[in-house]
Design a protein around this ligand. Structure first.
Ligand SMILES: *Cc1c(COP(=O)(O)O)cnc(C)c1O
Length: 325
């Protein structure tokens, strides 16, 4: 039986109104130049790489922080992240004039640490694993009274991310057959799939994760949220080994197709998106296109398919390597 954790379309429309001053409505474009790669489908891209901070993460973070009390905001926030969530929390905190301390791994890419500091937050480097970072966050919560802005287990984060689907639906006036979400910890997919199915349950919802870290594919097989071994993927935003229950329940209940994709297809997708569509997207954002390239998505003539390009924060050197492959 479907368990939407009592989340409704109103939660998503309310989130949209609340976060509007803090985000941009990103464009949906038709990517004519990508279409010859497939079998005649119309290919649309929702460009969250053009979102504030370069990824959709700011949506859920803004919705979460705008639901904290004035007292909580005054005390400040903390978050654990190695990448885009960190930058989003730093950005929203500075917009709201709130103190933020972000815990990042010792081996975080310099560009992401600098990006996070650049928006104004304090950054503490701590250990290598998610557990190391979570422990440090708990310490900050105890010592400084901070509130936690979790990257994916929070209903406000999930419904905030769900606004992506709401926007696409309005921008295309409901006129599309399928929407494809990149899936890591699953908060974008859970919010987006929930909103999509509540708006129109005839639209096919697809989620794509790297074959190297197939936490939701394995969870669906097991019928419960499981943890998989961490593989090697260039999609750094999707490097999450554990499926949490709330994300699993929403995905199991609202996603029609859950696909995995190989690393070569992800690398090729980044190259095709940059060179043909002229869009700078990070590997995590290209797993949907990668699945289509691998023949896993029905791209028959006449179908209209929306791919959520979830972010554009890629190191220039990696972009150069992928384009030159
Ligand atoms: C975080 C992130 C994802 C994955 O989102 P989840 O909610 O963790 O599944 C995908 N793409 C980009 C660019 C991200 O930053």
């Amino acid at each position: 039986m479907k368990n939407n954790h009592n989340l409704t379309l109103t939660d998503v429309t309310t989130a949209r109104r609340r976060i509007a001053p803090y985000i941009v409505e990103t464009p949906v474009i038709r990517a004519h130049k990508l279409e010859p790669l497939f079998n005649g489908a119309e290919i649309y891209l929702k460009l969250e790489n053009l979102q504030c901070t370069g990824s959709f993460k700011v949506r859920g973070v803004a919705n979460k922080m705008l639901n904290l009390s004035p007292e909580e905001l005054k005390r400040g926030v903390t978050a654990a992240s190695s990448g885009n969530h960190a930058q989003a929390v730093s950005y929203v905190s500075s917009r709201l004039g709130v103190d933020a301390c972000i815990v990042m791994p010792v081996n975080a890419p310099v560009s992401k640490v600098e990006g996070t500091r650049g928006y104004g937050a304090e950054v503490v480097l701590c250990g290598y694993t998610g557990e190391d970072r979570d422990q440090k966050c708990q310490e900050l919560i105890r010592e400084r009274g901070y509130s936690l802005v979790h990257s994916h287990m929070d209903p406000h984060v999930i419904t905030g991310h769900g606004t992506v689907a709401l926007e696409v639906y309005e921008q295309l006036r409901g006129c599309f057959d399928e929407i494809v979400f990149p899936c890591g910890a699953g908060s974008l997919t859970s919010g987006g799939a929930l909103a999509m199915k509540l708006l129109d349950d005839t639209i096919t919802v697809t989620a794509v994760e790297p074959a190297e870290v197939p936490r939701f594919t394995e969870s669906c097989k097991a019928g419960q949220a499981v943890t998989v071994q961490m593989g090697q993927t260039i999609a750094d935003g999707l490097r999450v080994s554990k499926a949490e229950v709330i994300n699993y329940d929403l995905i199991a209940g609202n996603v029609d197709h859950l696909l995995t994709v190989d690393e070569d297809s992800i690398a090729r997708a980044v190259k095709e998106v940059v060179t043909k569509a002229k869009i700078v997207a990070e590997p995590s954002a290209c797993v949907g296109i990668a699945a289509a390239l691998a023949g896993r998505i029905d791209t028959a003539v006449g179908r209209k398919i929306v791919f959520v390009i979830s972010g554009g924060n890629i190191d220039p050197s990696m972009l150069a390597d992928l384009v030159n492959r």
